[in-house]
Design a protein around this ligand. Structure first.
Ligand SMILES: [Zn+2]
Length: 259
């Protein structure tokens, strides 16, 4: 059977604690020791994210995909991911996040923050198909880091990403009445900080809104190909990694860059 034909429409591994295979295929330095980064990310999950979102995970350092495990792959950039045949899902059809090391460093961001961002979003919306109704009858993607993506905090000296809380998606809450993000920069539901953005579903299509004009300009300069959020609204044709014997290279239409 070919994994890319498998239709996945709901949460993965429901009720289980996923193992996430983390492997580094980047040819440039991450700016942080890989094992230390994974330890910090595990602390992020256990001590910061699970108490809020209830989505545990066990990160393991591997050299490639592991059967039955989700994956967090560190790669140079989207071109390398395409060349390796790393698409949207693992060979088992499970969630896959790609951290593009060169692309991240090119826009002067930290690899640890990007990894934390992708991990947080994969845990809450593994199938990239959830959304919440926000102001103006617009659906907001259930992405937990985008609205606050330039705010950081540290774990053991390693920079992590801020993330929003469930209350952020609850429009009935009054400003200041709840904690809306981890670093406490957000005051009200659906607020996008100056360095953030959100994917919203409006007039029948997904589009982006930005926290500031400067962020819109920065975003336009970034290479966002291959990020999980660019699959929003296209999950019906998500496909697995092209590993020999596991799946067939498909002739699906190329995705447009999501800007
Ligand atoms: Zn994101």
């Amino acid at each position: 059977m070919t994994t890319r034909n498998r239709f996945i429409a709901a949460a993965f591994d429901h009720g289980q604690v996923p193992t996430i295979a983390c492997f580094n295929r980047a040819t440039v330095g991450l700016g942080v020791n890989f094992a230390r980064l994974l330890a910090a990310l595990q602390t992020f999950v256990d001590d910061h994210f699970v108490p809020v979102w209830g989505t545990p995970a066990k990160l393991v350092k591997t050299t490639t995909f592991r059967k039955g495990a989700w994956a967090l792959a560190f790669l140079d950039d989207a071109d390398v991911a395409n060349a390796l045949g790393y698409h949207d899902l693992t060979p088992d059809g499970l969630p896959l996040s790609k951290v593009f090391v060169k692309s991240t460093l090119a826009v002067k961001q930290r690899v640890s923050v990007t990894a934390c961002h992708e991990l947080a979003e994969m845990l809450v919306d593994p199938a990239i198909n959830l959304a919440a109704m926000g102001p103006g009858n617009v659906f907001y993607a259930y992405e937990t880091a985008d609205a606050v993506e330039e705010v950081e905090f540290t774990i053991g000296g390693i920079a992590m990403s801020d993330f929003v809380y469930p209350a952020w998606f609850e429009g009935f809450r009054k400003p200041g009445s709840a904690q809306f993000d981890h670093v406490k920069k957000v005051r009200r539901p659906f607020q996008i900080l100056a360095g953030g953005y959100m994917s919203i579903f409006k007039n029948g299509r997904w589009t982006q809104v930005f926290g500031s004009p400067a962020k819109a300009r920065r975003f336009a300069r970034e290479d966002r190909r291959g990020h999980r959020s660019t699959y929003r609204g296209k999950t019906h044709r998500m496909r697995g990694v092209a590993v020999a014997g596991l799946t067939r290279r498909g002739a699906l239409p190329r995705r447009k860059r999501n800007l």
